[in-house]
Design a protein around this ligand. Structure first.
Ligand code: M6R
Length: 608
């Protein structure tokens, strides 16, 4: 989704804006632009396509101590120079960048057009913001922004500069991410931490309905009633290197290889010396858990797929019934949720709008809300009663990889914790599982060491347009995730199926050389999977199987077998998904795709 940056200081804003925008590229965008104030004249530069297109139209002598920048992911109006941000009022005295959607923009636009004779240039909803601020502007930018925001409905993180206030930057947020970076003689705004990490580690996390007034010396935060708000500085502890490629060709590959570290962090930060799980942000007690009769896991995309595995873990270890739903469905179907429901939201970004709105809906209905989130201080994190961070570090590639395996890890910890709390899990079993869970980082390393096997397979299959993923039990959940990964970065029309469903229709599609990824990691379902593999082989398919060490007899049936280290059936998901991630990566790279920023996709989906 759109990314915003802003600078006010003593240096030239332009390189800061461009650098910040380059760090937000991962969010997904199709045009970019900046606005600066040069000798009390606003100058705006915008270009469709990648940032380099913007850079080529910039005047190299351009210099200004204040500026705003934007990467746009088109919603209202096609990707084009004119629809790109910043937008300005007619006399170009106000320039605005916006991430989100102004839901009542048509109504405002009609009023401005017919009653105030304003003419619009773009098809965007965002342009109304510039005209509205201009309408209310009487020499105080913050004041005008307050009045304009009062008329707007929807989601927004907005940055504004004015021609007549060349040392001031104003911002406001509601339901779209916004942070402030504190520098020396300079201050910043951005959608996300990586955009500012080169310049400062000291951040202020801006909350909903807060306004920010920035100059080079000062940052003031106000609530919706214009009362000053105090905010503690959030010091970013992870390194800038985490947001750099460090020699890997793509962030996606780097992040796949960071999984041992992410999983290790997620586990070890939660275990004390006696191997007891200590979940700092989770305030569930035995009494609270006794009052819970149902768990609802809600998320989107890959996070939803992690939820499917989480459902099995909670049912298995804590014996509480669990439903799992995609957020865009959950929020519109009046689900049975009440004060006896534990609602679990899962989100890497913590800003996915459907997930956030589902969380609010569940809260309205009285549920207790626990979230599993990667981005510290994000909206989902802030609005939850209980919070379990995944310690994956920043995930830049649009395709979620390390976020997924750390979400699985978090679910295992949570399920074990709940099982101990409600007495449904014996101590012996608990320690058996914990012992195995602690071995996961090293076992992931062993899987990654075999990546050349997957690279070789990808080289033989990357042009195959007919790809199916199938599995049973947890492997079925992994099949959905593997297929999504392949689709989103390779653009191959693959799909996933519960292997037992094949005979009920889909097998009609199997023909010579259909490429099947068959996940066969579950001991109790192994024989059934072998039968399914035989069925598709008999119809000409090429089968790549993923199984645990010790399943060598599969070699008689499948064309290739990838072995993951032996582990418990319940935990194998963390290992068995990795070959599917690597496959998607290598296929995408071989097809010459933009692996980290696949077409049409955004890293953080902050619109419906
Ligand atoms: O930030 P979130 O985890 O809430 O994002 C949810 C999905 O948009 C995300 O997982 C998406 O499906 C990824 N592109 C998958 O790789």
């Amino acid at each position: 989704m759109c990314g915003i940056v802003g600078y006010v200081g003593t240096n030239n804003a332009v390189p800061y804006l461009l650098e910040g925008l380059s760090k937000l590229e991962y969010r997904g965008y199709d045009s970019a632009g900046i606005a600066v104030n040069v000798n009390q004249q606003l100058q705006i530069f915008k270009a469709k396509g990648r940032l380099k297109n913007l850079e080529t139209i910039l005047d190299t002598s351009l210099s200004s101590v204040v500026g705003i920048g934007h990467t746009r992911w088109a919603t209202h109006g096609a990707p084009s120079d004119v629809n790109a941000h910043p937008h300005a009022n007619e006399s170009q005295t106000i320039a605005v960048i916006h991430n989100g959607i102004i839901e009542n923009y048509m109504e405002i636009k009609e009023w401005l057009t017919h009653d105030k004779h304003v003419s619009f240039k773009s098809e965007t909803d965002s342009e109304v913001i510039a005209h509205l601020i201009d309408y209310y502007y009487e020499g105080d930018l913050l004041d005008a922004v307050y009045k304009a925001v009062d008329r707007m409905e929807g989601a927004y993180a907005i940055g504004v500069i004015a021609k007549d206030e060349p040392n001031r930057l104003v911002a406001v947020r509601k339901d779209s991410p916004l942070i402030v970076g504190l520098g020396e003689n300079e201050n910043f705004i951005a959608s996300d931490i990586p955009a500012l990490l080169k310049y400062t580690r000291n951040m202020l996390l801006i909350e909903n309905d807060e306004f920010v007034d920035l100059t080079k010396d000062e940052v003031k935060i106000y609530n919706s009633l214009k009362q000053p708000v105090k905010r503690d500085i959030y010091e970013v502890t992870w390194d800038i290197d985490s947001a750099e490629k460090e020699g890997f060709e793509h962030f996606t590959l780097k992040e796949i290889f960071e999984q041992p570290k992410g999983v290790k962090e997620t586990i070890l930060r939660r275990l004390n010396a006696k191997d007891e799980i200590v979940l700092e942000g989770v305030h569930l007690t035995k009494e609270i858990l006794e009052g819970i009769n149902k768990v609802y896991i809600v998320a989107c995309g890959t996070a939803y797929h992690a939820g499917l595995v989480g459902r099995r873990a909670i049912e298995q270890f804590a014996k509480i019934p669990v439903e799992c739903d995609v957020a865009s469905e959950f929020r519109y179907r009046d689900p049975f949720v009440d004060e006896h429901t534990l609602f679990i939201a899962v989100s890497q970004s913590g800003e996915t709008l459907d997930t956030l709105q589902s969380l609010r809906e569940a809260k309205r209905k009285g549920a207790r809300v626990l979230s599993i989130v990667n981005v510290v201080g994000s909206s989902v994190a802030r609005e939850s009663d209980d919070l379990l961070y995944t310690w994956a570090g920043p995930e830049i590639g649009v395709a979620s990889t390390k976020a997924y395996t750390t979400q699985l890890t978090a679910f295992y910890l949570l399920a074990l914790f709940m099982g101990q709390l409600n007495g449904k899990l014996s101590d012996a079993r608990y320690h058996e599982v914990i012992k195995e869970l602690k071995l996961m980082p090293e076992k992931i390393e062993r899987v990654l060491a075999k990546s050349p096997e997957i690279q070789k397979l990808a080289a033989s299959q990357f042009n195959n347009e007919k790809v199916f993923f199938m599995g049973r039990g947890i492997d079925c959940d992994l099949a959905y995730e593997g297929s999504l990964k392949l689709k989103e970065i390779s653009y191959i029309n693959s799909f996933a199926i519960a292997a037992g469903e094949l005979k009920h229709g889909t097998i009609a599609l199997i023909e010579d050389d259909t490429f099947i990824v068959a996940l066969a990691s579950q001991s109790n379902l192994y024989d059934k999977m072998v039968s399914n593999i035989k069925e598709v082989k008999a119809r000409g398919a090429h089968v790549f199987a993923i199984a645990k060490e010790g399943s060598e007899q599969l070699e008689k049936t499948a064309d290739e077998v990838f072995y993951v280290p032996n582990t418990m059936d319940e935990l194998v998901s963390i290992l068995a998904v990795i070959p599917t991630q690597l496959l998607a990566y290598y296929v995408s790279a071989l097809r010459g795709n933009d692996v980290d920023k696949p077409r049409n996709l955004a890293k953080s989906v902050t619109v419906e």
